[in-house]
Design a protein. Structure first.
Length: 208
């Protein structure tokens, strides 16, 4: 007993997954950008700088803001790429989710066949169909997990950078040239700045 409707659903699902597979370069791009962001964060780790001290510590502080100013465009570039790739992954997932729902409808009907009516042909088709169902779910889960991860990274990175820009301006009279006008987010203090960077380091470490 061969189910034509189920066979058509499997064929469509396979084509959609092939379309998603062609976008694997996007997943690789996200991985590379997260690694680059992690490197930038490591280089600009503010945890060992006492922003409240003067004297010789002020030299370290000035050096830090010089490095931050130079690195800011790189932060912007990484975030722009992550935002773009996140949108691509999201749109791809939305499309496949729609076909996944249609696939599940056919699959539910297919599995409703009584045991006594399941011949060898049904069993062979069932094996192929089950593999496709698992592959679709794992692929969608992976894309959704990446989207959520990127959302978190973008949110915390933006908050960290904006606090840094305001802190540099308000406390040290330093303007981060490439920043332009940014919106104030959270408490503008050296402690909160360090807290946000520490949080971001932890998130990026979990992604490795």
């Amino acid at each position: 007993m061969y189910d034509e409707k189920m066979a058509a659903a499997v064929d469509t699902a396979q084509k959609r997954l092939m379309d998603m597979a062609s976008g694997s370069s996007v997943l690789m791009s996200v991985t590379n950008d997260l690694a680059e962001l992690s490197t930038l964060i490591e280089k600009l780790d503010p945890s060992k700088i006492d922003f409240d001290k003067g004297g010789l510590e002020r030299l370290k502080i000035n050096s830090y803001w010089n490095r931050f100013d130079e690195a800011y465009p790189a932060f912007q570039a990484v975030m722009e790429r992550l935002s773009r790739d996140r949108k691509i992954l999201h749109n791809s997932s939305v499309t496949v989710n729609r076909f996944h729902s249609e696939f599940n409808e056919a699959y539910d009907s297919f599995r409703a066949v009584l045991e006594d009516d399941r011949d060898e042909e049904y069993v062979r088709q069932a094996a192929v169909t089950e593999n496709m169902a698992m592959l679709m779910k794992s692929t969608l889960d992976e894309h959704e997990a990446v989207c959520e991860r990127v959302d978190t990274v973008l949110m915390v990175t933006e908050t960290s950078l904006n606090i840094a820009v305001y802190l540099a301006k308000q406390k040290f009279g330093r303007s981060i040239a490439a920043a332009g006008n940014v919106r104030a987010v959270g408490e503008i203090s050296s402690d909160n700045f360090k807290k946000q960077f520490s949080m971001l380091k932890s998130i990026l470490s979990d992604n490795k």
